[in-house]
Design a protein around this ligand. Sequence first.
Ligand code: DGL
Length: 266
Amino acid sequence: MDNRAIGIFDSGLGGLTAAAALRELMPGENIIYFADSARVPYGAKSRDELLIIARQDLELLSSFSVKFIIAACGTVSSNASRVLESFSVPTIGVLKPGIRDMSLIPGDSPLGIIATQASIRAGAFRRELERLCPGREIIDLPCPRFVPLIESGHTGADDPELKEAVEHSLAPAKEAGIAALLLGCTHYGIIAQAIENFLGSGVKLVSASHSAAQAAKLWLEQRGLTGGSGEALYYTSGDAGEFSAAASRLLGREIRAGHLPPMDIK
Ligand code: DGL
């Protein structure tokens, strides 16, 4: 039993998909969520910047004495896995749990991965899936338009700008006849309906956020480290009012986020 909180971080709203999944799987846990909204999007940053950002976000959460951290960000998970794995507080990213779930998709139709441009450039999602599914065709696509649209509120499945971006970005995956698509950026779960509308319900969507929440549950249960009182605190390095409004809309309940000072990359 360990009543300390679980820390979760992302560049903005995306990691809320992991926080929501964790809340559903482990309603008794306490959560500290950090949205680095002042520096979103992470997907447009260099690997060197992401290595620094990863360490800063981990250190910020560890200052809250968390027992475990979920890096609810595909971009950090794919560019800074060593930073995550060597941190003093046990930490998981979303890449490995998401790829593990993808590797269980039966059949021999191609498998799709969508993620930010920094994640696709790093190549780690593809490499890890190739390792687990040798010989299977993999289509990996960067979707740089999605995060800015999501952060600015274009999340409705009928939103014309979002629909156009989804059709444009995912056309190669549809043409390839993929069996499943990994949402390798945690933001993408927020627009899952728009993605499903375009690809059709025959394509299974695998949420890396959900996979990571399940992996966190297993890790904590195996070590007897579960416990808490079901509280959640939210912080952002951006505008607290804006983040609170967007998070409340997405989670379907009132969220009041606190503000933390933005961090410099140095
Ligand atoms: N949600 C994050 C990810 O999973 C970051 C997206 C971004 O800021 O570009 O990659």
